[in-house]
Write a protein that binds this ligand. Structure first.
Ligand code: NAP
Length: 298
């Protein structure tokens, strides 16, 4: 954790594009709830020949303690790693950083997506069993790490099977045999075969996200398995087409807003050493007009 600054905290988010980010809202709410002064800035860095220079300039501001914490999002979660001094075990295993802090003269990269998901998923399912993860990008890597570390058997399906194979290979080593990770093609045939044996389906693709809200990662012709619960990491809209279909099939469902709050809360706590008020963050989102699921931890 960094020492408290003399005047006000300055946090920020690096990524591109950042137009609709909810992070400023969440962190302002957490600051206010703790009676702390501070700001949360958006630092959009276009992906061009100068992006590495801009990235390093912002990291230098952390080293100078002009900034007190940075979040990282697409497309820099992996690209930032070579510029850091240390990675947390989770960030190292997942191969992606979403939170950077300055501690004892070192820039530390963390991944709060994995513990953020684990905390929110506990509202949906409590006992590890067999999970099916759709997608094999950055969010899927965090999800598989969280699930496999908690003892879930995980199958990862993606439209490019080599991406899922790489994920399974990297994370199988990192979780040191705690669980098995299988991979396969995201296709109706494979989903039809796997579905009867799973107790959790987790969407880690962006399919269903606004504005393409009529899309679903689950093929129309494959029946959803009624015994499973469904978690969708997409948080806009709060209830995706996949979740509506699963709810209609009698399944228990949860969208990604709780994870969004948790990953931000964990970053805030890493930067300030103070508790983040999840309830204040939820209230800020509700005021902003974001529909919220029930049962999120306070
Ligand atoms: P990413 O790194 O770009 O990975 C996306 C994955 O989905 C890739 O495997 C991609 O395959 C696959 N995919 C994309 N379009 C697809 C399609 N039409 N059909 C099948 N597969 C498709 O993105 P990410 O960072 O993992 O984010 C994924 C989603 O999770 C986003 O909606 C993001 O907002 C959400 N997320 C939510 C939270 C939260 O706090 N709730 C946190 C992180 C992420 P290709 O590589 O072949 O395109």
């Amino acid at each position: 954790m960094s020492a408290a600054p003399q005047q006000a905290y300055r946090f920020g988010l690096i990524g591109y594009p950042l137009g609709h980010s909810l992070s400023p809202l969440l962190h302002q709410a957490a600051l206010k709830a703790q009676g702390l002064e501070g700001e949360y800035h958006l630092f959009p860095i276009p992906t061009d020949a100068h992006s590495a220079v801009h990235l390093q300039a912002l990291l230098q501001r952390l080293r100078n303690e002009e900034l007190h914490g940075l979040n990282i999002t697409i497309p820099y979660k992996q690209a930032v790693i070579p510029f850091l001094d240390n990675l947390s075990p989770a960030a190292s295993a997942i191969g992606a950083v979403n939170t950077i802090r300055w501690s004892n003269g070192r820039l530390i990269g963390e991944n709060t997506d994995a513990p953020g998901l684990a905390a929110d998923l506990a509202h949906l399912v409590q006992t590890p069993a067999v999970a099916l993860v759709l997608g094999a990008g950055g969010a899927a890597r965090a999800a598989v790490y969280a699930l496999a570390s908690a003892g879930w058997q995980v199958s990862v399906v993606s439209r490019r099977p080599e991406q899922a194979r790489q994920l399974a290979q990297d994370l199988q080593t990192a979780i040191k045999g705690k669980a098995s990770i299988y991979f396969a093609l995201l296709s109706p045939e494979v989903l039809g075969d796997l579905a009867p044996g799973v107790s959790l389906i987790l969407n880690a693709t962006p399919v269903g996200m606004a504005p393409a809200v009529d899309a679903s990662p689950w093929p129309e012709q494959v029946p959803l398995p009624p015994q499973a619960a469904v978690y969708d990491m997409v948080y806009n809209p709060a209830e995706t087409r996949l979740l509506r279909a699963a709810r209609a099939a009698g399944m228990r469902v949860r969208g990604g807003i709780g994870m969004l709050i948790e990953q931000a809360a964990l970053a805030f706590e890493a930067w300030t050493g103070r508790p983040a008020s999840r309830s204040a963050m939820r209230a800020a989102l509700a005021e902003h007009g974001q529909a919220l699921p029930s049962g999120t931890a306070q």
